[in-house]
Design a protein around this ligand. Structure first.
Ligand SMILES: NC(=O)c1ccc[n+]([C@@H]2O[C@H](COP(=O)([O-])OP(=O)(O)OC[C@H]3O[C@@H](n4cnc5c(N)ncnc54)[C@H](O)[C@@H]3O)[C@@H](O)[C@H]2O)c1
Length: 380
């Protein structure tokens, strides 16, 4: 086994440990024991991602289950990994299976899969008997560097018109242990994989020059899925989130900085017909945020070129589809932005940057700042 990177966090008195490395799944039983997460009588329930292609259920969950079994895994739930299935009926299925398996408040819920399944099953763990211990085994790059760490769990809520209010119902419930086995990424499709890189670049931009340069230097090897480089790249990226979450678990301050690029991205994702993945929208959002920062007089224009180069280097799109040039689409994107959760009392709050490591939440009153962001990513 190659080097294992370890992060320990105290989130409001709840201890979270994250391990990042290659080949961790097969060691999972020993790792649970080392963290004292089970004793002889602990009843464990496994939740596994059966999203597109069944890769997790077929390739990774059996390795995990064999490693932790020892007669203690009392049941398994498999869940569809779609945003529409990330909803209360899925949580109720997990509750019902926990009930059938007789998992009590000393039980352990172990979840393997992407961010959708981790969020949903994490919420089931948070609410089952007012909260049982949770172990997350993220299997997408995005869930390794973002969704599995920080304690946010939850589900979407459908509106009457069928659209979804994302993550509207949820709870803060940090996993006791996060096992990020970078070998599980081998089955992840290229688009999903690259999508996770946008959050890594975001972390570098938030943290500062040194981290950004280290991530950028590893980027070509990571895009080529070099198994030697992946663990340190994931650990470095998620380390940035860990630092911020440890300072501001409940998002009353610095945690909002993690929304860099996301207000633009959420508006982009509202155009569902474009079919962009979250990370693809975030990559474009990072370029837009850089351009908005220049317009706000905070940064030098070279920042836009640099961010665009990083996003392109990750194999991600740097501009919107051609249809975005249409005036009505431009108006709709701006309108969607005003509906974002970051709008307070009608004032748009954007995360802007002066440069790597100099990131701040700004109230944007001047519409030309937002316009400059959209202009930088709109094909002409
Ligand atoms: N809790 C948080 O702090 C937080 C942060 C960021 C994102 N999220 C949430 O995470 C979700 C997105 O997560 P995601 O990007 O991991 O997407 P996802 O969970 O939709 O997974 C993407 C696809 O990859 C499949 N998959 C998972 N692991 C695989 C593997 N190893 N090989 C092959 N296929 C695999 C899944 O079945 C799914 O089809 C969103 O719902 C978002 O709201 C939560």
């Amino acid at each position: 086994m190659t080097e294992v990177h370890r992060l320990d966090l105290d989130l409001e008195g709840r201890r979270t440990t994250m391990l990042v490395g290659a080949g961790l799944l097969a060691q999972a039983g020993d790792l649970l024991d080392a963290e004292q997460l089970r004793s002889d009588g602990t009843r464990m329930h496994l939740v596994a991602d059966r999203g597109v292609g069944d890769a997790v259920v077929v390739h990774h969950a059996p390795v995990l289950e064999a490693a932790i079994r020892g007669g203690q895994v009392v049941g398994t739930t498999t869940l569809e990994a779609t945003e529409s299935a990330k909803a209360m009926p899925g949580v109720e299925r997990v509750w019902d299976d926990l009930m059938a398996a007789g998992v009590d408040r000393r039980g352990l819920l172990v979840v393997i899969g992407g961010g959708i399944v981790c969020d949903l099953a994490g919420f089931a763990a948070a609410t089952w008997m007012r909260g049982i211990d949770l172990v997350l085994v993220p299997t997408t790059l995005l869930s390794m560097v973002d969704a599995s760490l920080g304690g946010k769990t939850g589900v979407n809520r459908p509106r009457e018109d069928g659209s979804l209010l994302k993550n509207l119902v949820g709870a803060f419930w940090p996993a006791r242990l996060v096992l990020a086995d970078t070998d599980t990424l081998s089955t992840l499709g290229d688009r999903e994989f690259r999508s996770g890189l946008a959050e890594c670049l975001k972390h570098g931009l938030i943290e500062g020059e040194q981290t950004l340069a280290a991530l950028a230097a590893d980027l070509p090897a990571v895009v080529g899925r070099d198994p030697e480089v992946l663990p340190r790249f994931v650990a470095r990226s998620v380390g940035v989130k860990a630092g911020i979450v440890a300072r501001d678990f409940r998002e009353s301050g610095d945690r909002a900085l993690l929304n860099l690029g996301h207000t633009f991205a959420h508006a982009i994702e509202s155009r569902v017909e474009w079919g962009l993945l979250h990370g693809e929208a975030v990559g474009i959002g990072l370029v837009a945020a850089a351009a908005a920062s220049v317009r706000a007089g905070m940064a030098d224009p070279s920042l836009v070129t640099r961010v665009r180069g990083l996003v392109a280097g990750a194999g991600l799109p740097v501009s919107l589809p051609a249809a975005a040039g249409d005036e009505s689409v431009q108006a709709a994107l701006r309108a969607a932005m005003r509906l974002d959760k970051k709008v307070e009392s009608g004032r748009l709050r954007l995360v802007l940057l002066r440069g790597p490591g100099q990131v701040e939440v700004s109230v944007v009153a001047d519409p030309s700042v937002v316009d400059a962001g959209w202009d930088a990513v709109t094909p002409r």
